[in-house]
Design a protein around this ligand. Sequence first.
Ligand code: ZN
Length: 451
Amino acid sequence: MQVTFYGAARTVTGSMHLVDTGGERLLLDCGMFQGRRAESQEINAHFPFPPASIGAVVLSHAHLDHCGNLPTLVRQGFAGPVHCTPATRDLVALILRDSAKVQQQDVAFVNKRRAEGAPPTTPLYTADDVEAALDRLVAQPYGRPFALGEATITFFDAGHILGSAVTTIDAGGRRLGFTGDLGRSGTSILRGPETPPAVDVLLMESTYGDRLHPPYAEGERRLGELVGQTVAAGGKTLVPAFAVGRAQDIAYALHRLRDGGGIPAVRTFMDSPMAVDATEIFRAHPECLNDEIRARLEEADPFGFTDLRYVRSVDDSKALNAIDEPFLVIATSGMCESGRILHHHIGDPRSALLIVGFQAANTLGRRLADGVSPVNIFGEPHDVRLRVNTLPSFSAHADRDELLAWVQAMPRVGRIFCVHGEERQSLALAGALAARGFAAEVPTRGQQVTV
Ligand code: ZN
């Protein structure tokens, strides 16, 4: 078996690795590269191989940086199946349809401002391309091996987002493992990551290869404390969280805090139609949920509680700005990119922004987390007066020690290639693995290895 690293090598986005099993060419993930516009467009639109030469795609999970470029692959001639878990299949539909919509809005905005005579920008793919890609999805449950030509593929729960999988590929008497993104044990909704069997080569994520997160329970306690302080001050609490995963985590944490008297009564809004749909998908996939939440699903709705309202329409969302009393809003633009609600409250020292997820470089969320002020929102500078707090406990990614413990629990690992991390993080994890006796390295884009 041969592996070529085509994405997420010394970076965190655009996950994509080509595996040649001898009889079959498959892609592990087909993620969207996210960064500066021109560079992203160039990378996403041009595959380093003919898409028609790929026999099948295997998706680790539904995050855009792992599945987001699938419609481009199909549009450019890929005609095989796309294998993923049942929950991933449902979430991919939601995420890719949203991606086409966002691109359409984005292109309309850019074209309106384009210089006279300049060629119009076109989206990477359209809603029709997304539907064609969705037709290719084939659901495969955890723990049930399936055949792809001579190769056998098995999914194990990665505990990162609903449906996320660690993948093993058996071919020619060798076994390749791919972590996708790895979650943490002891979080509120999902099961912890499973330990796969022995592998000869492991492609391992390293998002937090050099960081430690406080325990989950500590984050929940801190969330309660900060919400309490902000309500007491008469301010608004803004929690940017991706519609899929983090939004449900926060809703459930608030539910538990409210039940246990850890936060005062405060009107709470989930500001995203996509989060409403994602929540339905969570309810439909109890196989991915931990015992506690499965038990609660039988009696009540763990993602809804008396103070929580889901906001579907833009008008309802705009109406939030007129509310003159403390409230909490879970706004599902994970890295604050859209800034719609934020710009109303950024100058209010009574209000608070709680950062609960990974903030990529060059995003508004990262600048705010780094304490930058003023920041630009919709092209205008704003002084940052609201309080900004980061709660790393809610991370959906394992930290350094959790990554190391996960590998050390495996029966045997031949060589490890650290992918999906900013270079410093990947190198740090490879160093930590090497210090524990593993053969670990950080590949570069285009590098090829034999399993
Ligand atoms: Zn992910």
